[in-house]
Design a protein around this ligand. Structure first.
Ligand code: UT7
Length: 315
């Protein structure tokens, strides 16, 4: 795995000079202290390429990569895809390249597809990237939303060697498209289910998303543990989408997973959407907290509304 966050920091005090808010409110309600902001000339593909370079410095090798999947809601262009830009930036030509759009659950849907490609033999090694430049679609007058989001990227190599043990213990993917208007970013269409938003800013009904996430993700986790025949106490590491510390604490309370087992990236990076899971997981893999054989529970959720969880035995 590899990660990258832009240089520029946006602190809670900085935000308090832009909208009517304060550090204490943001920390108490979200757990976020600062986020990183991409430069005007820095786009999602640049962040993903920087994360690949970090992975290469740690020994990750691209030589067997035959597929690139990039997960993002903030692509540089509608097309060419971010995946094609990454492939070009790395000099990879004989590869498949495709973008996945699943908002904050993007990395998990990308992992789901990468898993299908490598376990079916359709691909040998997938370069999976999750990157966002949320700051470019943020309305910095909307205090309930702009305090949450930040920019960043994470990448992983996904493969399935012949002698690999079974690592996927349970999975779950679900969609509640009827509630798309609770969390959206308009594009060619500037209206969604009666809400008009021609400005291409991310909009959300924070409270509705909050309540949906706690109930839905908690139920999804219970279902996956049941399928795998495991208990909450068997989970070594829980890596949920880093949306809000209070959402994660509530999910832990509902499911019985000790909150100390949760790995998050929100305190110093904010909500980085699809990048939040790799930004939380990679440091723990690199510093040896996540070890071979550990039970790792990943869970993404977000605009769609969509959710995707995987229960893994780390190998
Ligand atoms: O990653 C995609 C998924 N997205 C999420 O998971 C987001 C989920 N939602 C949340 O994280 C929270 O709902 C928020 C952080 C967005 C808001 O927290 P909340 O505890 O749900 O607050 P609220 O929306 O119920 O608002 C409570 C009060 C309101 O004032 P009144 O009406 O009670 O007077 C808001 O106007 O807090 C006010 N408020 C703020 N006050 C100070 C909203 N934002 C701010 C702010 N600073 N930044």
């Amino acid at each position: 795995m590899g990660t990258y966050v832009p240089e520029k920091r946006l602190t809670n005090d900085d935000l308090a000079r832009m909208v009517d808010t304060d550090d204490a409110w943001i920390v108490r309600r979200t757990g976020i202290r600062e986020r990183r902001i991409a430069a005007a000339t820095e786009y999602t593909s640049d962040l993903c390429l920087a994360a690949v370079r970090d992975m290469e410095r740690r020994g990750g090798r691209l030589d067997e990569v035959d597929y690139v999947i990039a997960c993002t809601s903030t692509p540089d262009y509608a097309f060419p895809s971010v995946a094609a830009r990454i492939a070009n930036g790395l000099g990879l030509r004989d590869v498949g390249a495709v973008d996945v759009s699943a908002a904050c659950a993007g990395f998990m849907f990308g992992l789901d597809l990468a898993d299908a490609l490598v376990t079916s033999g359709r691909a040998r090694r997938v370069l999976l990237a999750g990157g966002e430049t949320m700051s470019k679609v943020m309305d910095y007058r909307d205090r309930a939303t702009c305090i949450l989001f930040g920019d960043g990227a994470g990448v992983a190599l996904v493969d399935a060697p012949d002698d690999a043990p079974q690592t996927l213990l349970a999975r779950r993917a679900a969609t509640d498209g009827a509630h798309g208007k609770e969390l959206f970013l308009t594009s060619l269409r500037g209206e969604i289910d009666g809400i008009v938003e021609p400005q291409r800013y991310l909009r959300q009904n924070g409270r509705a998303v909050y309540e949906w996430a706690v109930v839905t993700v908690s139920a999804g986790i219970a279902e996956m543990l049941d399928v795998a025949g495991l208990r909450a106490s068997d989970v070594d590491w829980f890596v949920p989408h880093s949306a809000n510390a209070r959402i994660i604490e509530s999910i832990c309370k509902h499911t019985g997973i000790p909150v100390e087992r949760a790995l998050t990236s929100l305190e110093w990076c904010g909500n980085t959407s699809t990048a939040s899971i790799p930004l939380a997981l990679a440091p723990a893999v690199h510093d040896g907290r996540v070890r071979r054989g550990d039970v790792v529970l990943l869970y993404g959720f977000g605009g769609g509304l969509v959710e995707n969880g995987m229960l893994l035995r780390w190998s």
